[in-house]
Design a binder for this molecule. Structure first.
Ligand code: ZN
Length: 277
């Protein structure tokens, strides 16, 4: 799944390589998928995009928003898989869930992995969409300051028990983060996934905030994670520290064997020595 850094890498590439292209035609896919979310019929979609020029693209959490002409915004969100700009039509995959063909004979396809939204809004209406509406500040927003983070943690702890992993992955508390970014954030900040958030000292909270910013920015600088692809199908250069391949291997800090647990709807990889409960 694309998390905030991958969405950012993709929209940056769109601004460089997609912006200005004129749409000749498109399609909402040739392969039905139970979890592909559209908000237009095929006919409506095609008539709205025809002849329109692609404008700027930007990221909001795990959502990518792209100007289509002056009146519409194309939205890809909560998705993962292959979002690829093809230099010509020869590399278009057999099955895809979204396609744009451009007047210069290039094309954009999205083949979703598990699920994903591919929706076309009247410009601005996407702000009323669930998940985008009322989105809290993301780690790339200026508002995501130390003070904001401390207030957020305080508010969460006053309304019930919550773990570190829950803060990082649940309910879009920190929009854009997901199970992948969270693993390395917990490792570099020395926090166990199940650790009670209320038990963290000021110093630990500072380190957790720093680690969120550090990991997100590092992944962006390196063009995404090594298990995700960019707009040209190239794997990112950020090597995940704590992932499935790390299980049983020595922790890069202390040499202890990395362990795996299932917790909060996904696997967690952690060092039992560096990440104490
Ligand atoms: Zn360790």
């Amino acid at each position: 799944m694309f998390e905030l850094p991958e969405a950012m890498v993709l929209t940056r590439q769109m601004n460089e390589h997609l912006c200005g292209k004129v749409i000749e035609d498109g399609s909402l896919g040739n392969s039905p998928h139970k979890f592909a979310w559209y908000n237009r019929s095929e006919a409506e979609f095609r008539s709205l995009i025809k002849g329109k020029k692609i404008g700027k693209a930007w990221t909001k959490g795990r959502w990518m928003i792209i100007e289509v002409g002056s009146a519409h915004h194309l939205v890809f969100g909560e998705t993962g898989g292959s979002l690829i700009l093809h230099r010509d039509l020869s590399t278009i995959p057999e099955k895809y869930h979204f396609l744009l063909r451009f007047s210069d004979h290039s094309a954009l396809t999205l083949k979703i992995q598990m699920w994903g939204a591919m929706e076309l809004f009247d410009a601005g209406d996407e702000l009323n969409r669930a998940y985008i509406r009322d989105m809290a500040p993301t780690p790339l927003d200026e508002e995501f300051s130390r003070q904001y983070f401390m207030d957020l943690v305080k508010k969460l702890c006053s309304s019930g028990k919550r773990s570190v992993k829950s803060l990082l992955t649940q309910e879009q508390i920190i929009p854009g983060l997901g199970n992948s970014c969270a693993q390395d954030i917990m490792f570099v900040s020395g926090q166990h996934p199940r650790k009670d958030l209320a038990s963290l000292s000021q110093r630990e909270l500072n380190l957790l905030h720093d680690s969120i910013l550090r990991i997100v920015n590092q992944i962006i600088e390196l063009g995404g994670r090594n298990d995700e692809s960019d707009l040209f199908g190239n794997k990112g250069r950020y090597q995940r520290i704590m992932d499935a391949a790390a299980v049983g291997m020595p922790c890069p800090k202390c040499g202890e064997s990395v362990q795996k647990i299932q917790y909060l709807g996904g696997a967690c990889y952690f060092c039992p020595n560096c990440q104490n409960l």
